[in-house]
Design a protein around this ligand. Structure first.
Ligand code: ZN
Length: 368
């Protein structure tokens, strides 16, 4: 995430803090100073917030270690003022695994709250007039915070933990895509109700508003990704690849690629040897950079970059899309056999068009 800084790496997971988190700390410290409590008040408030976010971090590591037991790595966790965000390398594919991964975060807070309650209980043993609810001390607030975290995270607003639990449970009874859409719709509904509630005079809370917007956006994103994965499930690369495009010979000059770029919609050009084998790729980004530095007569083999990966026409499309998205280039070459001739090019844009056409055809069949 941009504007975030690494503060530690724990068990292969980077812990990052977003810059806005420091604003929160300053804000809380200033509030602590009010009422004549001075520096001591500021330190106490900032210390409490740091402890609260340490509990958030432990919660995220609950997810991280549960995911790891299923072979899923977590590259990073980012702490934001609205909470923590663990970025799993992939989502667990089985409902039972997702259920465990989702529950292990709140479970950490249950354990923390229980331990604090136990310690407070033991240390006030025998004090008949001691009331558990009245004290406003540090440990009481931390315990309350952990209980709040359990309750808040278990709200079934996908993609929050409770929503993931819901999708996992639905996943036992229905197909994954449908379970995701049901959970995402409910999540978006809850987010909308929260915002409407605030507008109707429930009192505006900036944190809750941010979380509601995040939930609404992220639920839509995840549902879209799952729907796209479903739509491409039975397709192969050859169903979605470009087959008409310009190719450059190894002895071409940069000007040829510039002419093609200006004349049509193609932005990235494969460079082929005499037998049609793939030598490299000239991307638009690279083309413009070299054109500015070297001019149009630059030989093409000085412009082209090696392809990070290649696909076969018979590869399954979902896996190919993942390769393309992880490749760092906008297009991957499609070969007839491994190391063979170039027969097509795969771009995300063309996959999108293929899906649109197929959806339109399905609809036409429904209506006629
Ligand atoms: Zn969580």
């Amino acid at each position: 995430m941009r504007w975030s800084f690494r503060i530690a790496t724990v068990a292969g997971t980077e812990v990052r803090v977003h810059v806005t988190f420091f604003f929160l700390l300053v804000f809380v410290a200033v509030q602590g100073m009010e009422g004549g409590r001075g520096a001591e008040g500021a330190l106490a408030s900032a210390g409490l917030v740091l402890s609260m976010f340490f509990c958030v971090l432990l919660h995220e590591f609950g997810h991280v270690f549960a995911a790891r037991s299923y072979g899923i790595k977590t590259p990073d966790i980012t702490l934001l003022p609205i909470g923590g965000l663990a970025r799993l390398e992939r989502m667990p594919s089985k409902p039972s695994e997702e259920l465990v991964v989702a529950l292990c975060g709140p479970l950490v807070n249950v354990v923390i709250a229980a331990v604090i309650a136990l310690v407070i209980g033991v240390s006030h043993w025998g004090q008949v007039d001691y009331s558990f609810n009245l004290s406003g001390g540090y440990w009481h607030m931390l315990m309350t915070w952990n209980i709040f975290m359990v309750v808040f995270n278990m709200v079934p607003a996908f993609p929050m933990d409770g929503g993931r639990v819901l999708r996992a449970v639905l996943g036992f009874f229905m197909e994954y895509g449908r379970a995701t859409r049901v959970a995402a719709t409910l999540g978006q509904g809850i987010a909308m109700m929260v915002v409407i509630g605030m507008l109707l005079g429930g009192g505006f809370n900036p944190f809750l508003a941010l979380i509601a917007f995040f939930v609404f956006w992220a639920a839509g994103q995840e549902a879209a990704v799952v729907t796209q994965r479903e739509a491409t499930r039975d397709l192969e690369v050859k169903d979605a690849m470009l087959t008409e495009f310009h190719r450059l010979g190894r002895d071409a000059q940069l000007r040829e690629a510039v002419d093609f770029l200006l004349a049509g919609s193609q932005q990235d050009f494969p460079v082929l040897d005499d037998t049609g084998g793939m030598l490299g790729l000239v991307t638009r980004h690279r083309l413009i950079a070299v054109l500015a530095a070297e001019g149009p007569s630059c030989p093409i083999d000085e412009v082209m970059e090696p392809c990070p990966d290649s696909l076969l026409a018979t590869d399954a499309l979902p896996g190919a899309m993942e390769k393309l998205q992880g490749s760092g280039v906008p297009v991957l070459p499609v070969l007839d056999v491994p190391g063979g001739r170039l027969v097509g090019m795969l771009t995300l844009e063309n996959i999108g068009e293929t899906l649109m056409v197929r959806a339109a055809l399905r609809q036409a069949r429904l209506h006629y």
